[in-house]
Design a protein around this ligand. Structure first.
Ligand code: AMP
Length: 420
């Protein structure tokens, strides 16, 4: 609790995005919406609160990832709720609960919004962060795996991030994975004592996660581990071959990464991550995604295939900023109305007229004319409309062009024409 004699600051791990920063965020969000639309995806919004159970279902035995990070709470009605850590679970719920399973499939959907994870906050990792989430639900076609990869890449290209590395793997499905996990366990068992405590536990609860462990002492054992790509069932093999063929046909470069996995049972087949090309090992991805054909069922709906990705807007905007992506910060207002003394109603009326064609702010502060001009200049105003008592009577303003310094008298009614 904040001490009562101190001003109240923001909650740990969250941050404000200020107007100057919002300009770059808007570029990233608008590009996301534009690219999604270009690929035939429609916008959906789901609540940021969901039943804790919806998020925790399908987590499997290894509650590692999902549970520890879940921002959960009990509401006043004693309901166990969670702030969504990602959008997919909620979108799949909405797909069934709100009838999107009807009509032509797949449903192509996107969402831009806040996600919450109760992680230890650090640079680039926040407890509230934002994602551009894209989902194609209701089709098992591997062409859609490639489509969502293309949506992610196109988006990143459009915000000026063209040096990318796409990492790709498959993790099989409910048919071939169990036998593979058996092999993986059998391979790792003799080394159990040499693994770090987390991996010793994973060996029993979630052996796939052994492959993406980053702890140095576990690394030497990876290279000899059996690979899932050598252990796929016919269906997964065919899907994998088609994904690779379609990526080649689209001239999309990728790196196969046999250690790229997902810890949750409902993920199937394709998994991918997109990094800045210059990124080394530990750096976080800009976007990551894959197929989740088991998710709907784990939520209690009918089995429904789906594939998608989530891109991190915090990370993407940070990179856009550090790469010098130019965003011309828009002026707060194009026109500032500056009136003498108590001409408040008149100033407001001038603003109302000008606002039909332009963005207009009124300076209501009790300060000198010189200071008001200075403030208008700092706001980036292109025009200042000056209003004195005598001018108000004649319903005119002195309109000053801030760039050239030129000024002249304009009647209120002609303002829209002059400013347009
Ligand atoms: P994930 O849902 O974990 O696959 O993450 C998808 C993307 O969201 C990542 O590639 C990151 O860019 C971003 N992201 C995930 N967690 C955080 C976080 N705590 N803070 C900021 N960005 C995040």
């Amino acid at each position: 609790m904040p001490r009562s004699d101190e001003p109240i600051k923001a909650v740990r791990g969250v941050r404000d995005i200020l107007p100057d920063e919002r300009a770059i965020w808007r570029v990233a969000e608008q590009a996301a919406a534009r690219v999604a639309h270009r690929f035939g995806y429609r916008e959906i919004d789901t609540p940021v609160i969901e039943h804790q159970e919806l998020i925790e279902r399908g987590v499997g035995e290894d509650a590692d990832a999902a549970s520890k990070e879940l921002y959960r709470f009990e509401d006043r009605g004693g309901r166990h709720l969670a702030l969504r850590p990602e959008a997919t679970a909620g979108i799949v719920r909405a797909y069934w609960e709100r009838g999107l399973q009807q009509g032509p499939q797949p449903k192509r959907l996107y969402l831009i919004g806040a996600m919450f994870r109760y992680d230890r906050p650090q640079k680039g990792r926040y407890r509230q962060f934002f994602q551009f989430d894209v989902e194609a639900i209701g089709s098992a076609s591997p062409a859609l795996d490639v489509e969502v990869i293309e949506v992610a890449r196109t988006w990143l290209f459009e915000v000026g991030l063209s040096e990318l590395r796409l990492e790709l793997n498959t993790i099989g499905d409910g048919k071939c994975r169990p036998a593979y996990l058996k092999k993986l366990r059998a391979y790792y068992r003799p080394f159990k004592d040499k693994l770090d405590p987390d991996c010793q536990r994973r060996l029993e609860t979630n052996p796939l996660r052994l492959l993406d462990c980053k702890v140095p002492q576990c690394q030497p054992f990876k290279a000899g581990a059996p690979r899932i790509t050598d252990n796929l069932c016919d269906e997964c093999e065919a899907a994998w071959a088609l994904v690779l063929k379609l990526l080649d046909a689209a001239h999309i470069e990728y790196q196969l990464n046999p250690y790229l996995v997902r810890g949750l049972d409902y993920y199937t087949r394709t998994v991918f991550e997109i990094y800045p090309a210059a990124a080394t090992g530990q750096q976080d991805a800009l976007a990551s995604g894959g197929r989740y054909d088991g998710l709907a069922e784990s939520e209690g709906w009918n089995p429904t295939p789906g594939v998608g990705f989530a891109g991190g807007l915090d990370r993407v905007t940070e990179l856009m900023t550090s790469e010098g992506e130019v965003v011309i910060s828009e002026p707060a207002a194009d026109v500032v109305v500056i009136a003498e003394g108590d001409l408040v109603a008149e100033a407001a009326e001038v603003a109302r007229i000008a606002r039909t064609v332009s963005s207009v702010a009124v300076d209501y502060e009790p300060r000198s004319l010189a200071r008001k001009m200075g403030a208008a200049d700092k706001l980036g105003a292109r025009w200042v409309a000056l209003l004195g008592a005598e001018e108000a009577k004649r319903r005119v303003v002195r309109l000053k062009n801030m760039a050239s310094g030129d000024q002249g008298e304009v009647s209120w009614d002609e303002l829209p024409e002059r400013l347009a």
